[in-house]
Design a protein around this ligand. Sequence first.
Ligand SMILES: [Zn+2]
Length: 303
Amino acid sequence: MIAHRILLAAALLALPGVAQAQFPNIGGLVKGVQNVKKLGDSLRKIPEPEEIKLGGDLASIILGAAPLVQDAEKQRYVNRVGRWLALHSDRPDLPWQFGVVETDDVNAFSMPGGYVLISRGMFDQMRNEAELAGVLAHEIAHVAKKDHLGALQGSLRNAALGDFTEYVGGSGGIGGAFKSALINAGKDMFARGLNHDDEYDADRMGVVIAARSGYSPYGLVGVLQTLSAAPEEKGYALMNKTHPLPVDRIERLDRAMGTKFDTVTAVVEDLPSFVALRAAPAPAAAKSTPARAPARARSRRRN
Ligand SMILES: [Zn+2]
């Protein structure tokens, strides 16, 4: 892992060089051209089609390392839950796509433009559908808030706007200075995670999205309880490195939620279809803990 991080750091340091390669420094001649327009703060404001393209390329980075689980029913189910939740977000019109990727690591990722991936390791930890909804809604919140664009902005600040324009307007083929800068920035973002305030905000917004969608608002808290119960678990390492500690997230959520949801009654905790999906073949499901409902959650079906 240390070697991995050093490589990423080296890639990051190389970024200004990537942009500068367009304008080789030949003595003092380069001074005038160094004023080339940089990305500045423009990434958060890019048009939606360009945001979607960028997210698709980042998704392909993850899918290159961890392919989708070969289980059409599982993928369909996660898409159905995810799209239902996304309809209750601030950006219902994005072309939302959800997927379960094949890795033991317990994690979930999202990308600009509406791409959300959850690891099989994480999926296997889900004790009910409200927990799945809680995790997906947290990721949907990141996309709605454009958190990744903000994070990428830092790494890409030195990339030239001309390269970016070419990247989004070009043929879409691999290559180009901006594309390599973007891939490096994306790898860096997935290794480091987003900033902690963005995570806390996504927790709160995710709870609201889940509740609006008819799910128990305590699904995410349930997942965080699972994560906090075994902090040394190997599969949690990346999650713990890229997120605030689960206990801190639970404490903040608890404070924010207070008693606001105590009167919410008609909520989904679990559905027979999800129980059946989880029970399907997955041998790993055998080691899951018995269902443990969050204290205040109700157990009702959606009408
Ligand atoms: Zn997050």
